[in-house]
Each structure stands twice: as structure tokens, then as C-alpha cells.
Write a protein that binds this ligand. Structure first.
Ligand code: SAM
Length: 504
């Protein structure tokens, strides 16, 4: 363990009553992540140059949430009086006694927090400052939030948070009703932090130390979420547990995929988030499919643009030298050198979605990737709808004919016109908004009409009848080909099953 990291022993023996008081103080102060806004999406890993702006703004806000944000998110000094106003005498002195605060070097009458506490979806997660080095534990950031958006709002099954860090995702699962929420991390400090966070939030979750799936070998889960360390590791850079995933940044991502066959229960899903280098020789889906091995699992990769490489180098180099001095500059050079030697046409920010077939489903596994504009809050709904569509694509024809389908609600029709007159057979474009798991399509007019017939009818059978009649054909003549197209449209996310009126 990195000996320069603050000890946790004092915090670990704080009573449940005091932790409940702290939680109530946070709640009462509305200390939640919305206060940080879009501009400050990765506190601590954000451009150091931007931090003074956040600090300047926070110094001018009198609200209690701003006091907590100064103290626990932005590493700013507060006076002992402010501390007492925020937390009350008993709590402030208990936290001080637990070693959470230290005097400021240039203002010894003021205190800073030695650890960070980040609000996250109604929870609060203790972790290390981002520049803590080696075994520092990451607090939830924007990428943790992206994974949270992929998780169902009500969770009835078991959840594994692989590489749990502060335990944020396992705790969120527990808060959303998961009867069994487990987090694993190689870093023993992360496991201690996550156990503390379970107590801080009054939630029940199990946290285990060990390499990848080793602590839960033989157990299966209904949902696996993971954001393995995925940052490239240049030669000469000191590895940081929460950041680095080998020279290409993909070592842990591939290992997370390799274990899924053993970890997913029937019908279960995994969501793995990573910045990933595009391979040169093969398609990314082929590479990840290989990592999944023999297991018959659906693989759908949502790919959004990753941040440009140079700013990424700046961001990760700040971790070694907050002052942006000589060590920072040497580190930036190491990253850029390493990036220039990497065999990849570029990086993508990927949500790798893997699904185990439900019991009794015996269709071939799906492998595909989608470009998406970003991972907004709507992606979670899209994922559920997408896998429901894929399942439907594999049912026998008689069941398909009795189903009601509709166009993906995030799809929009448009016409590509070269000139003022539209040729009669000009393809229509079906474009999907950010958050949709579907590929933009260019479709001939007849196919568009078939889609409309299918999506606007009470069931597929009557949609096909309408289409056949319009084509002056018999149902028999068109059915086979039309059902093939319907299956393709379901697998591509163009069409989806119509949800029951109650949303179930
Ligand atoms: C990017 S952080 C994610 C933390 C947290 N899940 C989140 O989203 O905020 C990656 C985590 O994986 C852990 N980790 C690194 N190597 C690991 C391994 N071989 N097995 C298990 N966990 C590992 C790190 O310690 C770190 O906590």
C-alpha cells in the first residue's frame, strides 16, 4: 500500500449514529452532484487550470452545499467555525479525531479534508484525492455516472460491481433494491473505503478483495457493471490502480470480458465502460468476441467519440504533479511519446454490453457495434428495449406474427435531396438521436413503407396484410422476405416490441 495515503482506521470506528448524522447533514444541505454541473464533469481529474474558477465560484456561495463542496470535493480550506456550522460540534470534532482533516500549510488556522467525499445519485462516497498515486481510490466521476445510467432504476436481481473502487455502483444497486450487491477490487484500500461507504449510506452490500472475479468464483449475477482501469500506461510512468490498464489500456477490459461466461446468470447483462483503442487488423467486435471465448453471449458495443488524445495526456499527467511543474511536463511527454507509438487509428469511448441468453432461448449470439453520440440518461431504457428486440427477432414466425412492434422512438425520418426534385426511388434516411442503440439506415421507399405498415398495425400479421395488399401480392408471396426484414430491423434496433400499456 502507498504509505502516503491518509489512514482510514479512525473513520472505520466511527459509530453508526455519527455516520447517520453526517448523512443527514449532507441531505439537509442538498449536497448532491447536480451542483457541479456539466462544466465540471470530473472533479480532480479535470484541468487544473479550471479548478481556480470552481474555487472562486464556491467561495462566493454561502449555501451549505457550497461549504461541503469546498471541503470535500475541491480540497479547499475552511475555518473551524465554518466546519462547526456545517456539521455541528460533535460531528466536526469526531471527524477531526478520526484524522479526516489537516491544517493548511499557508493558513494554519484553517483546515482541509485529507480525503474526498463525492455525492453520487443520492449517495455519498468517500475516496482519495485524485493525485494520491498508487493505491488511491477513485471517487465516482462522470464515467461512473454513465454506468449508473445503464443500470435499471428498480433492481430485482443480484449485482456485481467489478473493480468497485469506492463501491459507488454496488451501493447504488443496493439503494435501488438489489437483494444482493457485491463489489470486488484488487486494491484492499478500495474495499475498506467501500465498506465504510456502505456504513455511511446505511446500505447493505458485500465488498471483497481480490483479482477480478476471483473473490466471487462460482457465483453468478443478474447484472455485472465495471469500469476497469483503461488508461494507457507509458514506460516509466508509475502505475495507478484506478487508472492504468497496460500499455494499450485494454488489459483489464479484456480480462473483464473473459470472465463473463462464468459470472452471468441466464438472461443477465453486463455493462463494461472503457476508452478503447481501435484494433488495426480486426474489427473491435471480433476482438471482444474472442475475449468472451466459447460462451454464447450477445455482444453489442455502443461507441462514442473518445476525447482527443493530447488533452487526455494532460489530464492523466496532472495526477503525478498537481502544480503542473517539471514532473507534470515530463509525464505529458511520456504519454505523447507512448501514444505516437501505439498501433491504433484512434480511441473510442465504449459501453460494451454483453447479455447471457435467457433459459430456453437458443438463437445464435449477436455481435454488433453502434456509433452513438454519447451516453446520456436515456441509454438505460435503450439497452432494455434493444435486448428485448433482439430476443423477439429470434422467436418462431407464428409468435412474431402475433406481436405488436413500433419504430424506435428515437428514430427520425429524413430525406437526402441532392437537388430540388426528389427521384421516385430516393432512399429515405432513418437517423437515430443520441442515446439510441441503433444504426442509421438508408432505406428504399418500399422498405420504408413496409416499416410503416409493421409499426402502425395492431400486430405484425395485419401489418403484412396491409403491405401485401398495397403491393398487389398475396401474403404468401411476401411473408418470408418481409419476416426476414422484420428480424433484421429488430436486431438493428430500428423496430422494438410495443411495451404493454402499463409500461410493463
Ligand atoms: C476506474 S476505477 C472504477 C471505480 C468504480 N467502479 C467507479 O466506477 O467509480 C477501476 C477500479 O478497478 C480496480 N482494479 C484494478 N485492477 C484490478 C484487478 N485486477 N481486479 C479487480 N479490481 C481491479 C482499481 O483498484 C479501481 O478501483
Amino acid at each position: 500500500m502507498n504509505s502516503s495515503l491518509p489512514p482510514l482506521d479512525g473513520l472505520e470506528v466511527l459509530s453508526a449514529r455519527l455516520l447517520e448524522q453526517l448523512r443527514e447533514r449532507f441531505q439537509g444541505a442538498a449536497f448532491d452532484e447536480t451542483v457541479f454541473g456539466e462544466a465540471e464533469c470530473l472533479p480532480g481529474q479535470a484541468e487544473r487550470a479550471r479548478l481556480p474558477i470552481m474555487r472562486w465560484l464556491l467561495e462566493r456561495r454561502q449555501a451549505p452545499w457550497a461549504g461541503f463542496a469546498r471541503l470535500f470535493v475541491y480540497h479547499m480550506p475552511v475555518t473551524p467555525e465554518e466546519m462547526r456550522d456545517l456539521m455541528g460540534e460533535e460531528l466536526a470534532s469526531a471527524l477531526a479525531g478520526a484524522g479526516l482533516f489537516m491544517p493548511c500549510a499557508n493558513a494554519p488556522d484553517q483546515l482541509r479534508s485529507r480525503l474526498r467525499i463525492m455525492p453520487f445519485r443520492g449517495l455519498w462516497c468517500l475516496g482519495d484525492l485524485a493525485d494520491g498515486g498508487g493505491d488511491a481510490v477513485m471517487t465516482p466521476g462522470i464515467t461512473t455516472l454513465q454506468l449508473a445510467w445503464l443500470m435499471p432504476l428498480d433492481m430485482a436481481g443480484s449485482v456485481l460491481d467489478l473493480g468497485c473502487g469506492s463501491g459507488a455502483l454496488a451501493l447504488l444497486a443496493a439503494a435501488r433494491g438489489a437483494p444482493r450487491a457485491v463489489g470486488c477490487d484488487l486494491n484492499a484500500r478500495a474495499v475498506r473505503m467501500a465498506r465504510f461507504n456502505a456504513r455511511l449510506n446505511g446500505l447493505d452490500a458485500e465488498f471483497l478483495a481480490g483479482d477480478m472475479y476471483a473473490p466471487v468464483l462460482g457465483r453468478r449475477f443478474d447484472l455485472v457493471v465495471s469500469q476497469p482501469p483503461y488508461v494507457i500506461l507509458p514506460a516509466g510512468t508509475q502505475p495507478v490502480a484506478y487508472l492504468h490498464g497496460g500499455p494499450r489500456g485494454e488489459d483489464l477490459v479484456l480480462r473483464a470480458l473473459q470472465g463473463l461466461g462464468q459470472a452471468l446468470a441466464p438472461g443477465a447483462m453486463a455493462a463494461i465502460l472503457a476508452d478503447t483503442p481501435l484494433p488495426v487488423q480486426e474489427h473491435l467486435t471480433a476482438r471482444y468476441r474472442r475475449a468472451l471465448g466459447e460462451a454464447r453471449l450477445d455482444l453489442a458495443i455502443a461507441l462514442s467519440p473518445a476525447p482527443p488524445l493530447e488533452p487526455t495526456a494532460f489530464t492523466y499527467s496532472q495526477v503525478v504533479d498537481e502544480s503542473l511543474g517539471e514532473r507534470y511536463q515530463a509525464e505529458v511527454a511520456r504519454y505523447l511519446e507512448h501514444l505516437s507509438g501505439l498501433d491504433t487509428p484512434g480511441f473510442r469511448h465504449a459501453a460494451i454490453l454483453v447479455r447471457a441468453p435467457a433459459l430456453g432461448v437458443s438463437r445464435p449470439a449477436l455481435s454488433m457495434s453502434f456509433p452513438v453520440a454519447g451516453f446520456g440518461q436515456s441509454v438505460g431504457r435503450s439497452v432494455e428495449a434493444f435486448f428485448a428486440s433482439v430476443d423477439l427477432s429470434a422467436v418462431p414466425a407464428d409468435r412474431l406474427l402475433a406481436t405488436t412492434v413500433r419504430l424506435n422512438p428515437l428514430g427520425r425520418w429524413s430525406l437526402d435531396m441532392d437537388g430540388p426534385v426528389l427521384p421516385p426511388d430516393a432512399p429515405r434516411k432513418l437517423r437515430f438521436q443520441g442515446g439510441a442503440l441503433a444504426v442509421d439506415q438508408s432505406l428504399p421507399e418500399a422498405t420504408c413503407f413496409l416499416l410503416h405498415c409493421l409499426a402502425d398495425s395492431a400486430d405484425v400479421a395485419s401489418g403484412l396484410a396491409t403491405y401485401a395488399q398495397a403491393c398487389s401480392a398475396s401474403l404468401d408471396q411476401i411473408e418470408h422476405q418481409a419476416l426476414d426484414f422484420l428480424r433484421h430491423a429488430l436486431r438493428s434496433g430500428i423496430l422494438e416490441p410495443q411495451p404493454a400499456p402499463d409500461g410493463g
